[in-house]
Structure formats: structure tokens, C-alpha cells
Ligand binder design. Structure first.
Ligand code: CP3
Length: 361
């Protein structure tokens, strides 16, 4: 089926009539239904570990690549072709919607997002206007072309969660300790709440654009929220993330919520409104499921650094993940964080095959 033949939007009332992915192992696992095999995809599966990625990216800056539907389509498809993963993740970055509303930022190679004028005062907040779907027409175009190309393989849309976006905006770049962010959160709760609320609206619009264009699931990345204690998360962050999940609830697409180092927050990440909770490698999945509670699927959680070990060791560690996931109602195999750039892509392909073979039922 071509991109133009496919119905462009999904219905507000539950599942779309003719989504060719509806019965895929990935979406079935998200819905906690029986699966023919445990589905697998990898965070950061599209990226520097692939020579074909490095080749097409040559001479094009990261943010510019994210605005070119032809490149986005090609890069998103690369890991699906190569590894036979069960889902594609839309190639973009969490700062793309911020760039789209005019925030002066760049993604520096080897560093990450860098913001020219950090947001630390009420006056700075004015930089954050609402996102209009027309600001990201290239996303609508790329998602449309991708769902046509992908056929029965689901496309996961994504966005950065308000806390993680705020961390880049307030610090001005990547940060180990998030000192400016926490200073604002504890020192001016009202300004902090306004900042997160604006980011929630931007994020909700960005996810909505992807769903309306045909994404079958969405993941909210709150990568750095593990820096917070549960009480602070509940008070200062959860209302904004809940607002994002509520904004897209009516589409009926599975909502995945993930952060690094969030062992103590897993229950709250679910409570914020996720259907699937992603765990990093620090908590075994059976324990993660206990912390999340009933009614939600789990995603994870092989340590991405394990892929640098010999094949037998990778398989032994993957088997541990699968064993811990055995009693779960819904499990999507993933890494506990993104693919590291120097990972051998063949190790990823073998891992997909291993999980598929060892979970076939
Ligand atoms: O394959 C996929 O997962 C889709 C692509 C994707 C990218 N960024 C592409 C990218 C996704 C899902 C993201 C999300 C993202 N971006 C997160 C959340 C996920 C996570 O890893 O926790 C965060 C925190 C960011 C911010 C960011 N952007 C970082 C930390 C970096 C890496 C900096 C570096 O160079 O090491 C980026 C840049 C970036 N985003 C790259 C890619 C492929 C590398 C840039 C390049 O290839 O030149």
C-alpha cells in the first residue's frame, strides 16, 4: 500500500479501521495480548552504529537531517531493514519541536543539544510559544511516507518529556547534576510549573502530529528524570507528564514512558499515564513489574554495554532478561538505554534473531 492510499489520520475513537500494523507482535505486546514471539526494537537503533547512517548523514548537520523527510525516511528504515526489528522509531531528536518554535539551539556532535540563551527567568519563558502543527510540516510528511513504506511494521513516534527538555533549556546543554534546573525547581516553583506546563503543551502537540500522520505508538523520553526523588517527581514533574499522556489518550495508541536510573520512580512513571513502562538495566523486569503494578506492559532492559561482550555472554545476559520477563503479561525487548555509537551492528542483528528464536511460541 502506498503512503497516499493509506488513511492519513487515526480515529479519536480507538483503533483505526485499517491499520496494517494492528496485529503486529509489538502492538499486541503493548496491549498485553498473546504474541507469536517477544517483539524487539532498540532505542537509538537509527544512528551512528550503522555505517549506512554515517554515509547518508555525511555533510548534513543533525538538526537539518531531522527536517528533511527524504533523509528521515531513509534513516528510520535502515535499522528495520538490517536488524529486522519489530518496530521503527521515527528519526528525529527531542529538541526538534523547540527548534521549530524558534529557540536558538544546536546539536553539537559528541556533546548533544546546546541552547544559546538558557531559560532561567520569567522573561526567558517568553521564548517558549506554543507549537503549531504547521511548524513541523516535515514531520507530517516524513511520517506519512514512512507508514507507507513500513506496511505491517509499526512506527513509534516520540518526544522528550517536560523535565528532560527543561533540563536542556535551563542548563543550556547536557548536565551531570542538573544544578540550575533543580535551583529553579526548588527556588521558584511557580515559574518552574509554568515552564513545565508550556513544555507539556509543546510535547503534546508534537506527539499529536505524529499520531495524526500515522504513528502507531508513542514514547515519552524522560531520560534524565532519574535525578529526582519520588516526592519531588510527584510534586514538580508528574503533573506536566500526565498532561502530555492525557492529551493523546483519545487516540488509543500505546503510550510508552522511559527514563534512565528510574528504579525508584517506576510506579510513578506508570501512574503518569503510560500503557508501557520502560526500565533501564538496574532493576530486573520481574521486580520492575512489581513496582509498576498490574495493567501495564514492560519494555527493556539489556544493558547496552553488554553488546561489547562476546556473543555467548550477550546471549546469556539476554536470556536473563527473558527469564525475568517470563511471567509478564506484555514484554517488549529493548536495551536499558540507547544503542552506543561504537556498537557492532552485527551484534544487534544477532540479538534480534536470538530473542525471536528463543521466544517463538
Ligand atoms: O533511533 C532512535 O532512537 C531515533 C532517534 C533519536 C535521536 N535522539 C537521534 C540522535 C532519539 C529517540 C533521540 C532522543 C534523544 N535525544 C534523547 C532521549 C533518548 C536518550 O538517549 O535518552 C535525548 C536525551 C536526546 C538529546 C541528544 N541528542 C543527545 C544526548 C545526543 C547525543 C550527543 C552525541 O553526539 O553523542 C543527541 C544527538 C543525536 N540524536 C544523535 C542521534 C542519532 C547523534 C548525532 C549524530 O549522529 O550526529
Amino acid at each position: 500500500m502506498s503512503a497516499t492510499e493509506r488513511p492519513s489520520g487515526q480515529q479519536q475513537t480507538g483503533r483505526p479501521a485499517a491499520n496494517p500494523c494492528a496485529d503486529s507482535a509489538f502492538l499486541r505486546a503493548c496491549r498485553r495480548e498473546p504474541v507469536p514471539h517477544t517483539p524487539v526494537w532498540f532505542m537509538r537503533q537509527a544512528g551512528r552504529s550503522l555505517p549506512e547512517y554515517r554515509k547518508v548523514r555525511e555533510g548534513t548537520a543533525m538538526l537539518e537531517s531531522c527536517m528533511r523527510p527524504d533523509l528521515v525516511t531513509e534513516i528510520t528504515l535502515q535499522p528495520v531493514r538490517r536488524h529486522r526489528v519489530d518496530a521503527a522509531i521515527y528519526f528525529s531528536d527531542i529538541v526538534v519541536p523547540l527548534k521549530a518554535i524558534g529557540i536558538d539551539l544546536d546539536i553539537k556532535p559528541g556533546v548533544g543539544p546546546v541552547v544559546e540563551r538558557p531559560i532561567r527567568s520569567r522573561a526567558d519563558l517568553e521564548q517558549l510559544r506554543p507549537l503549531d502543527p504547521d511548524d513541523v510540516k516535515y514531520v507530517t510528511e516524513a511520517v506519512g511516507s514512512l507508514v507507507g513504506e513500513l506496511g505491517a511494521t509499526p512506527l513509534i513516534g516520540f518526544a522528550g518529556a517536560p523535565f528532560t527538555l527543561a533540563s536542556y533549556l535551563v542548563e543550556g546543554g547536557p548536565s551531570r547534576n542538573h544544578e540550575h534546573t533543580k535551583a529553579l525547581m526548588y527556588g521558584d516553583p511557580e515559574l518552574w510549573a509554568d515552564l513545565l506546563d508550556r513544555l507539556a503543551d509543546i510535547t503534546a502537540t508534537f506527539l499529536t502530529v505524529q499520531i495524526e500522520a500515522g504513528a502507531s505508538a508513542v514514547q515519552l523520553f524522560d531520560s534524565w528524570v532519574g535525578a529526582l526523588a519520588p516526592a519531588d517527581y510527584r510534586r514538580s514533574v508528574m503533573p506536566a507528564s500526565t498532561k502530555v499522556f492525557e492529551a493523546v489518550a483519545g487516540y488509543g495508541v500505546p503510550r510508552i514512558h522511559f527514563g534512565v536510573g528510574t528504579g525508584e520512580l517506576l510506579g510513578l512513571l506508570g501512574e503518569a499515564g503510560a500503557d508501557v513502562v520502560g526500565a533501564d538495566w538496574r532493576v530486573p523486569l520481574d521486580e520492575a513489574a512489581r513496582r509498576v503494578g498490574p495493567g501495564k506492559a514492560l519494555q527493556g532492559n539489556l544493558d547496552p554495554a553488554v553488546l561489547f561482550a562476546p556473543r555467548e555472554a550477550v546471549e546469556a545476559k539476554a536470556a536473563e532478561v527473558l527469564d525475568a520477563a517470563q511471567g509478564l503479561e506484555g514484554h517488549i525487548f529493548n536495551l536499558g538505554h540507547g544503542v552506543l555509537p561504537t556498537t557492532d551492528p552485527d551484534a544487534l542483528t544477532r540479538l534480534v534473531e536470538y530473542v525471536h528464536t528463543h521466544t517463538a511460541r
